[in-house]
Design a binder for this molecule. Sequence first.
Ligand SMILES: NC(=O)c1ccc[n+]([C@@H]2O[C@H](COP(=O)([O-])OP(=O)(O)OC[C@H]3O[C@@H](n4cnc5c(N)ncnc54)[C@H](O)[C@@H]3O)[C@@H](O)[C@H]2O)c1
Ligand SMILES: [Zn+2]
Ligand SMILES: [Zn+2]
Length: 346
Amino acid sequence: MKSLLLSSYNHLEIADMPVPSARPGEVLVRVEACGICGSDVHGYDGSSGRRIPPIVMGHEAAGTVAAIGTGVQGYAAGDRVTFDSTIYCGECGYCRRGLINLCEDRQVVGVSCGDYRRHGAFAEYVVIPQRILYRLPDSLSFAEAAMLEATSVALHAVRISEAKGGETALVIGAGMIGLLTLQAARAAGCERVLITDVDATRLSLAKQVGADEVLHASGSELTAEVLTLTSRCGVDLAYEAVGGSETVAAAIDCTRKGGTVTLIGNIAPEVTLPLQKVVTRQIRLQGSCASAGEYPQAIELIASGRIKVGPLITAVAPLEEGPRWFERLHAREPNLMKVILTPRVG
Ligand SMILES: NC(=O)c1ccc[n+]([C@@H]2O[C@H](COP(=O)([O-])OP(=O)(O)OC[C@H]3O[C@@H](n4cnc5c(N)ncnc54)[C@H](O)[C@@H]3O)[C@@H](O)[C@H]2O)c1
Ligand SMILES: [Zn+2]
Ligand SMILES: [Zn+2]
């Protein structure tokens, strides 16, 4: 089968690889679309250490069932499906409590990190455990389905921030995750959602997907604007979707006493924490990792149009163009959002 292989760091090539076979409990999926994730780009150059070559990356995918392994029930060849990126054991203490994103034996599709190597979906076929498979409604295109993983991340962050409805929320960073978090906060009933970025083009997208206020500001200027917009009180909920010291501090500064700051961004391994502000204003800091059961909700929200992913898709391109798209994403070419590769054309 045709696959996009990371044969060495910064080098992707179209390779001919054997079609994998579905073992018991697994399903062979014929891939129709697979999105390039920021984590793939960070793996591509070796900086994250999570895509040790040789590896076929790709975990944001959808397609049809090509074959099923023994013991798989409820799926048949031709079914339209997508899958979670996280493979969990189902047996450890975390899995038993439904915290599958924290599984002791967690693996991610399309990752090789020293502990394991699991080829992903930048290929014609990929093998997936049935446990992480979801059926796709006909109303959802394969390209839209490739946005489900990122949407689930956003829905998870909003769920664990305990948004109850009626809140004012602030999203810091209008990238892929921030723009989906904005929409997830709206879907959870937040009354007003503000979003900020240093890149004005991202903010015009934010308006398209329903932001109430877009703030082209950072640091103390951002805090001043948010305080003005919230009767000098601050927002109830802040979502940090950048991942650095300055933006974590801004999230804390813009949040009201007793509010919650949910940390999604994690570019910097460490940040400076304004400890006294967090303590004396009794702010809750909550980390958010991947998703745990939000796929069905993500499917429903995209299918119903309540979460719009169309404006976030930059291109759907043939798998053969993968090397070039990775170079462009890695070079941080402006105005690129989600690039989806498909082995079906070209
Ligand atoms: N916790 C999780 O499960 C999870 C999952 C996916 C991604 N992430 C993380 O979320 C973060 C965002 O990911 P993404 O895919 O949206 O990235 P992205 O590159 O699409 O978006 C980042 C955005 O932040 C903006 N930005 C940069 N500096 C800023 C600043 N000082 N103030 C305001 N905005 C600023 C950029 O202009 C860009 O629009 C990353 O740190 C990523 O690692 C976390
Ligand atoms: Zn991803
Ligand atoms: Zn587990």
